[in-house]
Design a protein around this ligand. Sequence first.
Ligand code: SAH
Length: 359
Amino acid sequence: MHDGRRATLVGSTTKEIQADVAAAAALPAYRGKQIAEWIYRRILPEERGGYNAAFEFMTDLPLAARERLGELFEDRPLILGERHEDRRDGTVKLLARLQNGGHPIECVLLPDARRVSVCLSTQAGCPMACVFCATGTQGLTRNLTSAEIVGQYLLLQANCPRRITHIVFMGMGEPLLNYDQTLKAIHILNAECGVAMRHITLSTVGIVPNIDRLADENLQLTLAVSLHAPNDTLRSELVPVARTYSLAQLLDSCRRYAAATHRRLTFEYVLLREVNDRPSDARELASLIRGMSAAVNIIPYNPTSVAGQFQRPEAGRIANFRKILETAGVTVTQRKERGQQIAAACGQLVTESSHRRPE
Ligand code: SAH
């Protein structure tokens, strides 16, 4: 239990839920299983009460049990705040308040013809202070619990008639600085909610010891590493943690990860006009990662109202950067630009209250 509040069952495994409801309400194991079923797999649409484990909706439990559970457990780890939809591409951004107040967090639904992806946050704010990222200007409020991380998925699923197929941890925060709760959430999203491990991507700025720790877990997770520069000098200017871990150390740990998991890595590279988008940068990047089982994901910079004075390169410059990598034998993907109308694109997540500038 947190801060003297009631515990929530969201963010616990079926086994833990069974143990909790047996201990607290003397319910037999099969009741615990039914509850887990409602929480993780029978998610009600928002208009019918919402994502949460609202006990009153668990109609196959006896009324007395529902009432008792409602007294004992908190049914909503997150409270839905605002909902913004970009009607052009179906992107939905949700703001959610945490039970203990403070900054709201944001999560995003990105449906396309084939997939329904969601982008989840692992921290309220972020301590990494990458110079081009809106969340980075905020600082860290606190780590999210596994309940709050899984709660975002449940909230988004309640807001989407199609089933969520892919999850990326590319929202607010650095997942590898909230290692235990993020891993616990990943386990639940996979084992309880049924999202394939290979369809879950964890994006890190490059916390080397924790990439090593993750390699030891030997999960079929997709690891994305935010590189953004082909040498330490430039990277240190953009990504302050590069002063702690050199590119050589980071790439060694990426190689260990790839060897241990046999998974292809993704290197993310935010393209900033005339900062890291020169042809020489592309050539240096290609030689840096030569021989690695990795793809480069180019993310043209998304303007934010708070983070630095950067610009997105023109289309021709982006295409040229891409071509140099491909000619050097590097596999390249390019991030689709989605949800810009509602400030839901990569690096734009920042809490409302702190990002409004005077007009
Ligand atoms: N802390 C994790 C997750 C961050 S968000 C990490 O650093 O990887 C996911 C990606 O969006 C990261 O690669 C991040 O650098 C990138 N990003 C941040 N701000 C951006 C912006 N304004 N435009 C485009 N991409 C951005």
